[in-house]
Design a protein around this ligand. Structure first.
Ligand SMILES: O=C(O)CCC(=O)C(=O)O
Ligand SMILES: [Fe+2]
Length: 261
């Protein structure tokens, strides 16, 4: 079962149709900063990836860190209680790219020209490239009970996620659009403050197993709430760059993978 059609449900998501399907997806992404493709994986592929994710779990590196919403050092020009100086907590486990088996369906999707062309078309970019280090391109992420991702904006301009296993409770993806304008270097301070205080109306996405999510998180504040079940939340991230020969920073590799190579 390694045909493309056995992994991606191409009946539902004809991603090779760049003239019409990719155009629809592009306008959805442009309107909402998020593209959600339900049941992107076929049932058989989902079951196989769940098996693979569980079998690799003992190799996961777990990290826990405190960070602000901008993922930067403290800005001393702002007060300590400025919402962009407040620290939140993130903790999760990660299996990096070099531990993903050569025959994994994740690699088949990630390296597929059809898939890459679809992503390029949806993002209206010339070309997407893998990371040049051996750890960052494809990752499994695991959130165990009580683990979470604190409020933040992404550094990357886009993120591609495949949901492999949902938690039974908690582990919700929440977001607040337009909380920042990265191009203009401005942040919406009241909006960020109320999100951090659990007072702002946030949007919540019901992420289901088998879904593909393409998310532009530079200007959308987002988080994953603590998992509240013994069943972990597991997802795979497919990470590309817009330029060739890019490594994830040493600092980020050490933090998320516990090693540099
Ligand atoms: O786990 C998720 O659904 C979101 C992950 C995320 O926001 C990130 O890794 O920056
Ligand atoms: Fe994020």
């Amino acid at each position: 079962m390694d045909h493309w059609q056995d992994i991606v449900d191409t009946q539902r998501h004809p991603i090779e149709d760049l003239d019409s399907y990719a155009v629809r997806c592009r306008s959805e992404l442009q309107n909402n900063s998020i593209l959600i493709l339900e049941r992107f994986l076929t049932k058989k592929a989902l079951v196989e990836l769940q098996r693979e994710a569980r079998s690799l779990h003992h190799k996961a590196f777990y990290c826990s860190r405190n960070h602000n919403v901008l993922l930067t050092e403290k800005n001393t020009q702002w007060e300590d209680d400025h919402p962009c100086n407040i620290k939140v907590m993130s903790d999760k486990g990660c299996v990096p790219h070099d531990l993903i088996p050569p025959e994994s369906y994740l690699r088949k999707i990630y390296t597929s020209e059809n898939f890459q062309r679809f992503i390029q078309s949806v993002l209206t970019v010339g070309k997407v490239y893998p990371y040049s280090d051996h750890l960052s391109s494809i990752n499994y992420n695991y959130y165990q009970e009580k683990q979470q991702l604190g409020w933040h904006f992404d550094n990357a301009s886009f993120a591609i996620t495949l949901m492999i296993q949902s938690s039974e409770s908690g582990g919700k993806f929440q977001f607040v659009v337009n909380a920042r304008n990265e191009e203009k270097n401005t942040v919406n301070v009241p909006l960020i403050k109320s999100a951090l205080q659990d007072q702002s109306p946030v949007e919540e996405l019901q992420i289901k197993e088998g879904m593909l999510i393409l998310f532009c998180g530079r200007n959308t504040l987002h988080r994953v709430t603590p998992v509240a079940s013994q069943r972990p939340r597991i997802l795979a991230t497919l990470n590309y760059n817009l330029e060739n020969n890019i490594e994830l920073s040493e600092n980020a590799r050490q933090t998320f993978f516990g090693r540099l190579q």
